[in-house]
Design a protein around this ligand. Sequence first.
Ligand SMILES: Cc1cc2nc3c(=O)[nH]c(=O)nc-3n(C[C@H](O)[C@H](O)[C@H](O)COP(=O)(O)O)c2cc1C
Length: 214
Amino acid sequence: MGDMYMIKNKDDYIMPKRSIFFLLLILLLLPLSVFAAESDLNKTLIVYYSLTGNTRTSCEALQGTLGADIVEIKDLKKRSGKWGFFKTAIASLFGKHTKIEPENPNFSPYANIILASPIWTGKLSMAIRTLIDNNRFDEKKVVIFTTTNAFEKEKYKEKARKLVRKAGGDVVGYYQILAKEKVNDKKIDRTKGQIIEDTLALVPEIKKLFFLEQ
Ligand SMILES: Cc1cc2nc3c(=O)[nH]c(=O)nc-3n(C[C@H](O)[C@H](O)[C@H](O)COP(=O)(O)O)c2cc1C
């Protein structure tokens, strides 16, 4: 080992010079790697549940423009059909939980989380409430994003915020997209195009909240 740095002839100078070169290279690259780690820390995850597709439509539009990762939470209970909707509404009214998949998504790589859900009987869907109650959101900026037939009253929104805060999350925003509108005194479904348009209009604000590049 000691021989390595002994100067016997001109060629022996090569080793120390190389070492200095690599040392300088490492010193130069170090700030870059710290920068890469910092920008990773600003990653965004969209976590959503959708029964009839409206919330999914919004989340897929958000994913594209925010460059976010996305996880769909599945409710393992059957909820389709009129009877399914009725049972769902009753269970939701009583604040029930449900079985979901995945139960514990990995939030650790993300600084920003969008929790997206339909509104059922004035509350976040059972799948998203179950997710919030069984996970921690410490040091995460959370945006609550819902699709509804009618805008929620502030007191219901505050209940949803409290749930997330109890799980450690910092709720920085709450957005709602209307899935129905009144035309000639009749409530009709809004089109996917309208839902996407309303969702994309929120992107600059969400980017600001998450300190993402505009
Ligand atoms: C069981 C049930 C209860 C609902 N309760 C409400 C409600 O209280 N207020 C509201 O505005 N919309 C309510 N809706 C409508 C949904 O929030 C709305 O259609 C939403 O966009 C559905 O999202 P999804 O297509 O992603 O499942 C309810 C829908 C269902 C199925």
